[in-house]
Structures are given as structure tokens and as C-alpha cells.
Design a protein around this ligand. Sequence first.
Ligand code: BG6
Length: 314
Amino acid sequence: MLDSCFYALQGRGMSATLDSLRRHELPGLARFELGEGGLIRLAVETLSAEAHIYLQGAHVTHFQPANSEAVLFLSRESLWEQGKAIRGGVPICFPWFGPRTGFPGSPAHGFARTSEWGVAEVMVDAGGTVTAVLELTSDDATRQLWPHDWILRHRVSIGSRLAMTLEVENRSETPIEFEEALHTYLAVQDARQVAVSGLSGVEYLDKVDGLKRKVQNAEPITIVGETDRVYLNTATTCEVDDLPGAQRLRVSKTGSATTVVWNPWVAKAAAMADFADDEWLEMVCIETANAGENTITLESGGVHRMQSAIEVLR
Ligand code: BG6
């Protein structure tokens, strides 16, 4: 039953055409085009940065500030198919994170990342920052998987930093409970050399050690094997320091109590069909989230916002 609902969901979307989207374009700054696999994306190019945002999943796949390297990792083996998650960039996980407890047929990380979103508006402010607002609304297909009414808005601002705000509005008569993540794949030169700071003393669930609850004693965190950790009850900013001379990135956030650190390492990378065997060296995920015991309960009519901002420090 859940499987068939998911396939119905996968078949949705691609309703927008390039022609229907032209009215949102900002000449010289933001245009809609066919990207990888013929999927529609918004290409932004300003004096400060360039970026790509796919309508499928409201998925930011590329962000590169002027005079810097690309900030987001994107797999060269990503599938570019309607209804299939893109591997890299910033997938949106909603309304659950990871596998859905008690519902084995449900899609991992929810359905937001594989749904076609609509465009509400694209604007530019006086400082030249371009902001795109994408929307996803509950419908019969989503209600079969998750029986609630809601609207999601994802605001993506392209300036010298990348700022993303995921907004959830509860349009149901009753409270809703959900998990969410901006599952950010940061590009690094060598995952074995990176140092992740900002989580000292924070408790986490270690998904590669039977979900044991541990405390982050060692700082900075280094990647020395498969790493899949759900840091709980933390609002702190993280920094990712790459090789000497390479980039130092900062991930700051609001409205988020969970941070996930993930690198698949060798064996898991080899087992992933949409990820090249050696690409685990090129990425580390620092995910701004609300998951597990930080699940959000949102009253009827309520709005919850989670923001993540990524900037290059060096
Ligand atoms: C991470 C999870 O957020 O996403 C991992 O903590 C998971 O357990 C990873 O493997 C990738 O998930 P997916 O569904 O995109 O392969």
C-alpha cells in the first residue's frame, strides 16, 4: 500500500514548463533552464555568487561564491530522474528523517526531496542578494502517505553566503509531528583531513554503533571510518576545516536542535548506486535538522522555521 502511494508520488510533478516560469525570472540574475536529466532548475548568477536550484525537491545543487571553490558536493553518479533523490547539494528531508519508524515501505527521508515544488517568487534585494521561494502543498498523494494538511515554503538566498529557510505551516485541524533536515553535502578536498568543530560536549546517537548514546568528547571531530551521528539538543554553529590552504566553511542555524554528521566511508560508498566509490573522500554532510527526540510538534495554524546558512571563511 505505502509502496504504491510512493510510486504515485513519484509520478507527480513536472507540471511547470519553462514558459510558465519566465514571469519569475530576473533578467541577468536568475533564469529557469533545463538542467541535468532535463529537470527544471533556477540558475542564479550575481556579482557575489552562482547557484542552481532544482524544482524537484527545491534542491540546491550548486553554490559558489565569487573567488571561492564550489561549496556543495554533487555526485557525478547522481540519478537525474523525476522522482529519484539527487545525490549531493542540499536535499530536504521531510516529514521524517531516515527510515520512517513503523512504516518500512515509506521512502527514506520522506517525500519532499522527490516531489516537484512550485515557484512562489524570485526577488532581488538592494544588496544584490537573490531569493527564490519554492512551495510544496499537501495533496491526495501526500495525504495517503502522511494524513495531514500543510504547506512548505523553502526560501533560498544567494548572496556571499547561502541561506536557506524551510518553513512548515500546519493547515490541519490538529497538531502535526514531523522531522526535517537540510541534508547539506559540503565539498571537501579530503574527508580524512577535515576537522569539524562546534559539537564539543554534545550528546549524539551513533548510528554506526547500534544507536548508542554517546557524548562528543574529542574536538575537533575527524572522519576515520563510516560516520553517521545524530547530535541532539544543539543549536550551535559548526565549522569544517579542510586541508591547509583549502576552504574553511561555517554552518550556522536557527530553529534546529539536531545536527547530523555523515560520511559513508569506503564500504557504504561502494554499496550506493548513485555515488562513485571514491567520492566519500570529497564530502562531509553537516545537516541542520530536527530529528528523533527533537521532533517538532506544531499546533494547528502554526508555522515553524528552520534556517541554515553556509559561508566560506577562507
Ligand atoms: C544521513 C543518514 O542523513 O543520510 C544516513 O544519517 C543515510 O543514515 C544518509 O545513509 C543518506 O541517506 P539516503 O537516503 O540519501 O541514501
